[in-house]
Ligand binder design. Structure first.
Ligand code: ZN
Length: 292
C-alpha cells in the first residue's frame, strides 16, 4: 500500500490514480494524513478491503505535500553507515548517535531549498514512519510498529551544525526552514522484497553522489526502533531518519556544498523521487550580526 498527501488530503495511490481517503471512507479517516497515521491500525485494516474503483487520475508529484507534515517527533541517527563515518573522519559508533530535526523544518517533496549559509550539504535517508505506539519493544517486534517508509533529506548547514567545538549543534544546523523534505510516498514495509535492504540515492545536478541500501546500516531498523523505544515512547506519526550513506559534500577534499541553482534529486526505492532546487536566501544566516 502506498499513500500520499495531495494538497493537504490523504490519498491512497493505486495503479490508475489516487483515491481520496476521506471520501472513500465516508469521513471515517482523513482528510488530514496525520490523523490517518494516528489511527493507523484501524486504517490499514479498512484500506485492505477498500473499494478502489472511485479513483481520480494520476496526480502531479509537484502537488504533493510532505507525506508526514506534522509529526510529534523527528528522530535521526547520525553516522549509521560505515563509509560515511569514515568520510567524516569519526569512529564507528558503539550505540546509535541520535539527534532531532524540529518538525518546523519539514517540507514537501518538490520545491526550492533556501540556502541560509554557504555550507549547506545533502544527506539522502530512508525514513520510518511509526504506525503503532512503541514502548520498550524488542528487535523482533520493531517492524510491527512501522507504518511505512518514505524518502527524506537531512539537509545540514555544516557551519551551524559544527559550531560550538566540542558541543556541536546538530539539532539547529539541521533544522532550518525546508531542511527536512519528506515524501513523495509512504510505502508499507510489505511492498519491499526485502524490507532490510531498501535502496537509496542522491544526485546533484544529475551526478550520482550517494548510493547504498539499508542492508549497509550499522544499526538496523529493528535495532534503532527498539533502542529508541526504550528511551522515548514512539507514537503513530513519529518519524525516524535512519542515517545517510557516504558521498555527502563534507566528505570531499575540499568539501563541496550546495550553490544557488543546484538541483538535488533524492530517491528511495518505491517511496519515489524528490526534487529540490537550491536558491539564494532573502537574508543569509549571520550569527555574529544576530548576536551583536
Ligand atoms: Zn543525517
Amino acid at each position: 500500500m502506498k499513500l500520499a498527501n495531495h494538497r493537504g488530503r490523504a490519498v491512497l495511490v493505486v495503479p490508475d490514480g489516487v483515491l481520496d481517503i476521506a471520501a472513500a471512507s465516508a469521513g471515517r479517516f482523513g482528510p488530514d494524513i496525520q490523523s490517518v497515521l494516528a489511527d493507523w491500525v484501524s486504517f490499514a485494516s479498512w484500506a485492505a478491503g477498500a473499494d478502489t474503483a472511485a479513483t481520480s487520475g494520476p496526480v502531479d508529484v509537484a502537488d504533493l505535500d510532505a507525506v508526514v507534515p506534522r509529526p510529534g517527533q523527528v528522530l535521526a541517527v547520525g553516522l549509521n553507515y560505515r563509509l560515511h563515518a569514515e568520510e567524516a573522519g569519526l569512529p564507528i559508533p558503539e550505540v546509535p548517535l541520535v539527534f532531532t530535526k524540529f518538525p518546523s523544518s519539514i517540507t514537501g517533496p518538490v520545491g526550492d531549498l533556501e540556502l541560509p549559509t554557504d555550507q549547506v550539504d545533502w544527506e539522502v535517508e530512508v525514513a520510518l514512519v511509526i504506525g503503532r505506539e512503541a514502548r520498550r519493544v524488542t528487535r523482533a517486534e520493531a517492524w510491527d510498529h512501522v507504518a511505512g517508509i518514505t524518502a527524506a533529506q537531512d539537509f545540514s548547514a555544516r557551519d551551524v551544525q559544527l559550531a560550538g567545538g566540542a558541543k556541536p549543534q546538530f539539532n539547529l544546523g539541521k533544522s532550518f526552514e525546508g531542511f527536512t523534505p519528506l515524501g513523495p510516498y509512504l510505502v508499507t514495509p510489505d511492498e519491499y522484497d526485502d524490507r532490510d535492504a531498501i535502496e537509496l540515492e542522491c544526485r546533484i545536478n544529475g551526478e550520482l553522489l550517494q548510493k547504498s541500501t539499508t542492508a549497509d546500516l550499522i544499526f538496523t531498523v529493528p535495532q534503532v526502533v527498539s533502542y529508541l523505544s526504550h528511551i522515548v515512547t514512539l507514537r503513530p506519526g513519529d518519524v525516524i531518519l535512519t542515517g545517510t550513506p557516504s558521498g555527502v559534500g563534507l566528505g570531499f577534499d575540499p568539501p563541496r556544498f550546495l550553490a544557488p541553482g543546484d538541483e538535488v534529486v533524492t530517491t528511495v526505492a518505491l517511496a519515489g523521487r524528490m526534487q529540490h532546487v537550491a536558491r539564494r536566501p532573502e537574508r543569509a544566516f549571520d550569527a555574529a550580526a544576530i548576536l551583536g
